[in-house]
Design a binder for this molecule. Structure first.
Ligand code: GLV
Ligand code: MN
Ligand code: MN
Length: 405
């Protein structure tokens, strides 16, 4: 349901009203999590909702030809603009807050500033980035990578979802790619996001400011062997890629622990995927992250070596393909310190990726994290209290007032 006015009353109530409008969209009744994949029906409804919210606030919406949406308070051509916002898309059965909280908070921050009679001296833009999670097309932060030229329009446009639909087809056009003119009109980007760990749980602080994002990436392991009958193939005669896959998952876990890094295999595809057939192919996706780039490189190399050794023993083959890589992001230290001082907030690094991490190489960028009492994310258990979300809006509004002065 679309609203037809911008609500008035206490911020807590206004947060709840907006939140309740989007809460049912894309929620899976079974898991309670969200299936809001980029440019699928639920995400398109959220984008429509965004346009309506922008219209109610008299903010014209522009797109960058890559699927990213921008609602402008002020002249889109003026320059020196301050961008805030996040993404609507989710991981499969993800939480409600990862992404949408940053967009809802941005819209409410605009309302806060207007109610306080603040007239920004430069444009304030609310953005909704497309395919941040890579949950549909495999490459995370696809919209921000396109905007900044970190992926070519040809490569991005050709990425396909599980049903074979390309990103270009879903978008309705070939993405247009880097937009240096738009980037040059941005003076700062501030992304508010739910905290995705337990860093704030025991602190008397509803919000924090980000210092850095760990370098991270996604690698696809293709294990191939010989499909055969489960009942008649002697154990000694098998070339079973499931064994090489299983060993590789354990090796990834061990190598990550040895380095204080993170390694996850959260997605797997098996062919032919039959209980009574030895698989012919197993594909597993490794998500690896570490505080330092060399640690990450060493981790992935160690897993690759162990997988190859095991493949020789299993009579299988393994190939490793990098699907995406994000370098270490150190957010603008001066900006982070300024925000932390303004908000009296702690400063934390994170292992989670964000469009802010991609934009940070091009525009002074900061992030505000809102406390998550479960510490859980990419799961229906992700949470934030309304009071902390309202504190997040207040914090964001203060920051935007300061930056648009
Ligand atoms: C995005 O949320 C990621 O860190 O993968
Ligand atoms: Mn996420
Ligand atoms: Mn996110």
């Amino acid at each position: 349901m679309l609203t037809h006015t911008v609500e008035e009353g206490p911020l807590l109530n206004r947060f709840r009203t907006l939140w309740d409008e989007i809460a049912p969209i894309g929620r899976d009744p079974g898991s309670g999590g969200y299936l809001r994949f980029a440019l699928t029906e639920p995400e398109l409804r959220l984008r429509e909702w965004f346009r309506e919210q922008a219209r109610l606030r008299g903010m014209p919406v522009t797109t960058d030809g890559n699927g990213n949406l921008f609602a402008w308070w002020g002249d889109p051509d003026a320059g020196d603009a301050v961008l805030t916002g996040s993404h609507f898309d989710s991981v499969p059965h993800g939480g409600a807050y990862d992404g949408p909280l940053g967009i809802v908070s941005a819209l409410l921050a605009v309302d806060e500033l207007r109610a306080a009679g603040v007239a920004p001296a430069r444009p304030l833009v609310v953005g909704a980035f497309v395919e941040e999670e890579g949950g549909r097309f495999g490459v995370p932060c696809l919209g921000s990578r396109l905007l900044t030229g970190q992926i070519t329009p040809d490569r991005a446009g050709a990425l396909r979802d599980a049903a074979g639909v390309s990103f270009a087809e879903a978008l309705g056009d070939r993405p247009t790619g880097a937009d240096p003119a738009l980037l040059s009109r941005l003076a700062a980007f501030v992304e508010l996001h739910v905290e995705q760990g337990r860093a704030l749980v025991d602190q008397d602080a509803p919000v924090a400011v980000a210092s850095a994002i760990w370098p991270h990436g996604r690698w696809r392991f293709d294990f191939t062997g010989e499909g055969n009958h489960a009942g008649t193939t002697r154990m000694a005669d098998r070339r079973d890629p499931m064994l090489t896959y299983a060993f590789t998952v354990l090796a990834a876990n061990k190598e990550a622990r040895l380095r204080d890094a993170h390694a996850t295999v959260g997605r797997v595809a098996v062919e032919p995927n039959a209980t009574n057939a030895i698989p012919s192919r197993v594909t597993g996706w490794l998500d690896a992250r570490a505080a330092e780039p060399d640690t990450l490189t060493g981790l992935v190399e160690a897993v690759r070596t162990k997988a190859a050794e095991r493949a020789r023993r299993d009579g299988t083959e393994v190939t490793l393909t990098e699907e995406s890589a994000t370098p270490l992001v150190a957010f603008d230290g001066g900006l982070a310190d300024r925000l932390a001082g303004l908000l009296d907030a702690p400063v934390l690094p994170t292992g989670a990726g964000h469009d802010a991490g991609v934009l940070a190489a091009h525009v002074p960028t900061a992030m505000i994290f809102v406390r998550n009492p479960t510490g859980v994310s990419h799961s229906p258990a992700e949470s934030a209290t309304d009071a902390d979300c309202a504190a997040g809006v207040t914090a964001l509004a203060r920051v935007l007032e300061e930056l648009t002065r």
